[in-house]
Design a protein around this ligand. Structure first.
Ligand code: SF4
Length: 324
């Protein structure tokens, strides 16, 4: 059953859980040629300026895929997080996605409602107000599946790395269900299932499999982040924002200025300036690590050399601030 799909698409953020998904599939004997990694760039295309995310993430994901001989495809909303946040009586931007053979496709941006945001996504389980997850990840993935004829007539499994340990909401997610892009009863059927094999995994299991394959994780973990999400993820706590402010003070200032402009804060009970002042930056942030994390090109080895000791990152088993 697990082995019966034509394709396995992994929602690959570059974080520890999505890495574990790849390693888990390899460990149960799925050949790399049947796996695709799909990474949704939060800030738009790779030529657009980084705003919320880590600069190195795009290239880290590319190099990870290369190291394991797996195809990777990138997709994004034009203008990314910032354009969606600054929507002012405007339609949502088109979606771009890469396809096999170096083909780049653009969909949407023509129909749709005029709407105004002019605020950060709100910290909530409700995806209508926490719009970043829906508009920059979930919808992008479904659009890229629905608009590629190559999936017609296939059985495809989409894997995502939610773990129940992270929140009570995630603990209730189905491990297995039809994906939102499924069309098994359509005129031209395509079977798209969603599988969350890590739902009942502990964080220890995640680090164990990463250690087994000797993977060097994203540099944010070595600096002390326990979760590799956007650098300035809306779910970040005071220490995380204080740390991000050390790494990228200019962007922190830009975010603070947007709060002033919108007259609406990102967090319900405090503004970013106060939050940053209340936090303690992670002690493991070094100039070298910060440079690696904020460079567009990732040049470290993905797999530790044989003579190197695999190191558990400083952020492992730390405070986890994520969607609830
Ligand atoms: S990582 Fe955080 S800020 Fe980025 S898209 Fe997800 S919820 Fe939004």
């Amino acid at each position: 059953m697990k082995n019966s799909y034509d394709k396995y698409i992994i929602a690959f953020s570059g974080g520890k859980d999505s890495i574990s998904l790849v390693l888990y599939l390899l460990s149960i004997g799925i050949h790399p040629s049947r796996i695709e990694l799909w990474h949704h760039d939060i800030d738009g295309g790779s030529d657009e300026a980084t705003f919320m995310d880590w600069e190195c993430t795009h290239d880290y994901c590319r190099k990870f895929a290369q190291a394991f001989g797996i195809e990777i495809y990138f997709s994004w909303k034009e203008g990314g997080f910032k354009r969606e946040m600054l929507r002012d009586n405007a339609k949502t931007a088109p979606t771009w996605f890469e396809c096999p053979g170096g083909i780049l496709k653009k969909v949407g941006g023509v129909l749709g409602k005029l709407a105004t945001r002019l605020r950060f996504p709100q910290v909530s389980a409700d995806l209508k107000v926490r719009w970043c997850s829906a508009y920059l990840k979930i919808d992008i993935c479904a659009t890229a599946i629905r608009n590629q004829e190559r999936f017609n007539g296939l059985r495809v499994c989409v894997l995502s790395g939610e773990r129940g340990e992270e929140s009570s909401a995630r603990a209730k997610y189905n491990i297995f269900e039809p994906d939102r892009s499924d069309l098994r009863n359509g005129k031209v059927p395509r079977v798209i299932d969603r599988w969350r094999p890590l739902r009942d995994w502990t964080e220890k299991q995640v680090w164990d499999i990463i250690k087994q394959y000797r993977v060097r994780v994203h540099p944010c973990y070595y600096m002390g982040w326990s979760r590799c999400s956007c650098k300035f993820c809306i779910f970040g706590n005071a220490d995380q924002f204080a740390s991000a402010n050390v790494v990228s003070p200019n962007i922190a200032s830009e975010l603070i200025a947007y709060e002033d402009l919108f007259g609406v804060t990102m967090k319900r009970n405090t503004d970013l300036k106060t939050l940053i002042q209340c936090g303690n930056p992670y002690p493991n942030i070094t100039k070298d690590l910060a440079t690696i994390a904020t460079s567009k090109e990732y040049t470290e080895q993905i797999i530790f050399n044989d003579h190197e000791e695999w190191l558990l990152p400083a952020g492992a088993f730390g405070e986890s601030c994520g969607p609830n």
